[in-house]
Design a protein around this ligand. Structure first.
Ligand SMILES: [Zn+2]
Length: 498
C-alpha cells in the first residue's frame, strides 16, 4: 500500500475571450463541483465523469492510502487572474508539503491554462512542485484532450495521461489510467519519456473522435500501449490560445528510451499523414441551406447544420441569426434553429401566448461583427419554463435550467428560444418545447462537436457552417501574436509569420 497525494486545478483558457477567471470562479460550483478541500474530496466526485473520480475508484481498488489536498475548476474564459493562480497553487503546494512522507502525487489538470503572468499555467505549477518534492517522487497528471502540452510539463511530470474522446465521455477513465501509471511508477521505478508535436493546428470541429480521422488516431494511440511502451497519449490542443507551444502533441513513456521514441514517432507520422483529412469542408450559410433542402427531400433523417462559430461552449453569445436568416430566405420549410438565446424575445412570446403573432427584432443583442437582429413577424407555437432533465450521452442526468423558452415560426422555419445560453447538445432541449428532433428535415444547432453525442445517431448528414459568431472555425481569423513562427494555423495553410 502506497501513500498518494491527490489534487486538481482545471482551466481551459481562450486568450482571445473578453473575461478573465477570478478566484471566485474557481470557488463556486457550475456544471462541476466548486472548490473542494480535505476529506470532502473523497466523496464529492462520486459518479461524476471527471478524471479525479476515476482515479479515486481505481486507486481505492488498488488499496492505496489517498491523501486529499484541494480540487477546483472554472468555466473556460480568458486568462486566470494572478491573484487566483497564486492563491490556489500556494495552497495546493502547502497542503502537499504538510502531508509528510508520500510515495507519489496525482493531479487532475486540464493542460490549457494560461494566466496573466504565465503562458503555461500547468508547466509553472509542475516546476514549482518538482522543486518542492525533489526529482524522484512520481507525479502523474491527467489532462484534457484540448491540453496544449509544453516541454516544461513533460519535464516536470513523471507522466501525463490524456483522455481520448471528444465529446469527452472518458474523463473518469483517464483518471483510472493515471492511477495504474502512478502505481507502476511508485513500484517499478521511473520510465523514459518522448514528446513530439505537429507543425499545424487542428480546428475544434475536426477533432471529434466520433468521426475520422480522429477516431482512427485514438484507436492507434490505445494500440500503441503494449510491450515496452507503457503509456501513450495524444492531445489535439486548444487553438484559441495565443501561446508559443499551442497545438497538438504526443507523449509516450516506455521502459526504454527507444520504446518511448518509437511509439511517439509512429503516432506523429500517423497524425501528420492525416493533415489533409483534418481540413474538413466549411459551408457558407446560403450554400448549406440550399444543399440541405435539396438533399432533405430524399432523406429519411434530418440534415444537421452546426452553427459552430456561435457555440456558447467555446465563448459564443448564442444570439446570432445569420444561419436563421439563410434558412428563412432559402425557404427551408421543416427546419429548426436551436437554441437562440434571447431572454427579451422569449419573455415577449410568453406574454403574447401560444397562437399569437408577434413582431420583433430577434437575437443579435450582443453586437459584434455581422451580428444584427432578424426583424420579422412570427407565430408563437409553443412555450416552456426551461426546466427539464437532459437525456443525451453528454449532458445526461443534468437538470437543465434554461429560463423561459419558446418556439417561434415563420415561413415553415421554427426557432427555439431560451433565456440562458447552453450549447444545443441534447435532444431534450427540443422535446421540452414539443419538437421531436428525428422528424425534422433540417436541424441547425449552436454547437461545434458536443452535439454529435446525441444528434449524430439521428443525422442523415452533418455540415459545419460558418455563420456570425465569436468562435471562428478558421484559426487564421484569430489575431495571434505569441504563437511560434512556422506553425500552420489550419491544416495545409501557409506557415504563420512567413
Ligand atoms: Zn476539452
Amino acid at each position: 500500500m502506497a501513500r498518494f497525494a491527490i489534487g486538481g486545478f482545471q482551466h481551459e483558457t481562450n486568450t482571445f475571450a473578453p473575461v478573465k477567471a477570478s478566484f471566485r470562479d474557481f470557488e463556486m460550483a457550475d456544471g462541476w463541483p466548486g472548490l473542494t478541500r480535505d476529506d470532502a474530496m473523497l466523496s464529492a466526485f462520486e459518479g461524476i465523469n471527471l478524471p479525479i473520480a476515476g482515479f479515486l475508484v481505481q486507486a481505492r481498488k488498488q488499496g492505496h492510502d489517498l491523501l486529499p489536498t484541494l480540487w477546483c475548476s472554472a468555466s473556460p474564459s480568458a486568462e486566470v487572474e494572478t491573484e487566483a493562480y497564486e492563491r490556489i497553487v500556494g495552497e495546493l503546494l502547502q497542503r502537499i508539503g504538510a502531508l509528510g512522507k508520500i510515495d507519489g502525487i496525482y493531479l487532475d489538470l486540464h493542460g490549457a491554462m494560461v494566466t496573466e503572468q504565465h503562458q503555461d499555467g500547468e508547466g509553472e505549477l509542475l516546476e514549482r512542485l518538482r522543486k518542492q518534492v525533489g526529482p524522484d517522487l512520481p507525479v502523474v497528471v491527467s489532462l484534457d484532450l484540448h491540453a496544449n502540452i509544453t516541454a516544461r510539463m513533460v519535464q516536470h511530470a513523471s507522466a501525463l495521461v490524456v483522455c481520448r474522446t471528444y465529446p469527452h465521455v472518458d474523463l473518469a477513465e483517464s483518471g483510472e489510467a493515471s492511477a495504474i501509471v502512478l502505481e507502476r511508477l511508485a513500484g517499478k521505478g521511473p520510465h523514459y519519456k518522448a514528446m513530439r508535436r505537429t507543425d499545424f493546428l487542428v480546428p475544434l470541429t475536426s477533432q471529434c473522435t466520433l468521426i475520422e480521422p480522429a477516431s482512427g488516431i485514438y484507436r492507434a494511440v490505445a494500440e500503441a500501449e503494449r510491450g515496452d511502451a507503457v503509456s501513450t497519449s495524444f492531445a489535439f490542443g486548444f487553438p484559441p490560445a495565443d501561446i508559443v507551444e499551442c497545438g497538438p502533441a504526443i507523449v509516450a513513456y516506455g521502459t526504454s528510451q527507444r520504446a518511448a521514441d518509437e511509439a511517439a514517432d509512429r503516432l506523429l507520422a500517423l497524425v501528420n499523414d492525416k493533415e489533409r483529412a483534418f481540413a474538413g469542408k466549411i459551408w457558407q450559410p446560403g450554400d448549406a441551406v440550399a444543399y440541405a433542402r435539396a438533399k432533405g427531400n430524399s432523406a429519411s433523417n434530418p440534415i444537421v447544420l452546426a452553427d459552430t462559430q456561435d457555440n456558447p461552449g467555446a465563448g459564443g453569445t448564442s444570439d446570432t441569426v445569420g444561419l436563421l436568416r439563410a434558412l428563412i430566405d432559402g425557404r427551408a420549410e421543416g427546419a429548426v434553429f436551436a437554441n437562440l438565446c434571447d431572454p427579451k424575445s422569449a419573455e415577449a412570446a410568453h406574454r403574447a401566448g401560444v397562437g399569437a403573432q408577434i413582431t420583433l427584432a430577434l437575437g443579435g443583442w450582443a453586437g459584434g461583427a455581422g451580428n444584427t437582429p432578424y426583424q420579422g413577424t412570427f407565430a408563437v407555437e409553443a412555450i416552456g419554463d426551461g426546466n427539464f432533465l437532459a437525456t443525451g450521452p453528454f449532458y445526461r442526468g443534468n437538470r437543465m435550467q434554461l429560463g423561459p423558452m419558446a418556439v417561434l415560426k415563420k415561413d415553415g422555419v421554427r426557432v427555439v428560444l431560451c433565456s440562458r445560453k447552453q450549447q444545443c447538445a441534447d435532444q431534450a432541449m427540443l422535446r421540452h418545447v414539443g419538437i421531436e428532433p428525428r422528424k425534422q428535415k433540417i436541424l441547425a444547432l449552436k454547437s461545434s462537436v458536443h452535439f454529435r453525442a446525441d444528434f449524430q445517431p439521428i443525422a442523415e448528414e452533418i455540415l459545419i457552417v460558418a455563420a456570425p459568431g465569436a468562435n471562428p472555425v478558421d484559426n487564421r481569423e484569430l489575431p495571434y501574436k505569441r504563437i511560434r513562427k512556422g506553425i500552420r494555423l489550419m491544416p495545409l495553410a501557409e506557415p504563420f509569420g512567413g
